[in-house]
Design a protein around this ligand. Structure first.
Ligand SMILES: O=P(O)(O)O[C@H]1O[C@H](CO)[C@@H](O)[C@H]1O
Ligand SMILES: O=c1cc[nH]c(=O)[nH]1
Length: 235
């Protein structure tokens, strides 16, 4: 047992999906995994292990924001030996030509968080995805003719902000969408020699106000989840 996960050694698979929402973790376990068992209930941050196409896979809620996902990723890698981690999250589109329900593969991330600035004074560490996982997910998306974009996302420290000026400016520098966890995931995976990728479904558009219905979110999240599971099991 670690501080925030009450699983026994061996309860968690080497490959894991990481949704922010613990109820999305439950949904994934019940819908896509066989013989899924819950290994964590601490703080209601549910975690499950089962099998997908015969391979052992876990799914763990991470909560919202860089500090919260950092806790789970630290414990999963250091205490439970997790090696492959794919975040399956939602995001707000910044670019005009990105639509709700599109899927974004985060090749890298920008941030307004201080976590890496505090860790590398005077330097800007550039977090990046694991190329093999990125390539596998991209190939699955192409094979299934999914609307995918690959690029830079903003991992923001806040969901609500007084001004959108900086988000707009980042858009002019090619940032595709905003979410709240990828920078921490990629940085910790690099630190501990693990492999990480963020796959994000666009749930709303920051500037047009376009958003999906609950039902649409469910279906498109399913596409992203299958893409992530297939990437985890691909040799
Ligand atoms: O849908 P999830 O994975 O939680 O991701 C996004 O949604 C939350 C904000 O509503 C933040 O965690 C953001 O990154
Ligand atoms: O607008 C959004 C949508 C999802 N997640 C975010 O962080 N922002």
């Amino acid at each position: 047992m670690s501080v925030h996960i009450n699983a026994k050694q061996g309860d968690i698979a080497e490959s894991i999906l990481l949704p922010g929402d613990p109820l999305r973790a439950k949904y994934i376990a019940e819908t896509f995994l066989e013989n899924a068992e819950c290994y964590n209930t601490v703080r209601g941050m549910l975690g499950f292990t089962g099998t997908y196409k015969g391979k052992r896979i876990s799914v763990q809620g991470t909560g919202m924001g860089l500090p919260s996902i950092s806790i789970y990723v630290n414990e999963l890698i250091r205490e439970y030996g997790v090696k492959n981690l794919i975040r399956v999250g939602s995001c707000g589109a910044i670019q005009k030509d990105i639509k709700v329900r599109d899927v974004i593969l985060a090749m890298t991330s920008s941030t307004d968080s201080n976590i890496n600035r505090n860790n590398f004074p005077g330097f800007d560490y550039a977090p990046c995805a694991d190329f093999a996982l990125l390539q596998k997910a991209y190939q699955t998306g192409m094979d299934n003719k999914m609307p995918i974009r690959v690029g830079n996302v903003l991992s923001a420290d806040v969901f609500y902000r007084d001004s959108m000026e900086m988000v707009e400016k980042l858009g002019t520098y090619g940032v595709l969408a905003v979410e709240m966890e990828t920078t921490a995931l990629y940085t910790l995976a690099a630190k501990y020699g693990a492999h990480a990728l963020s796959i994000l479904t666009v749930s709303d558009h920051i500037f047009t106000g376009e958003e999906t219905t609950a039902e649409e979110r469910q279906t498109t999240f399913n596409d992203m989840i299958v893409m992530a599971l297939d990437a985890l099991i691909k040799e």
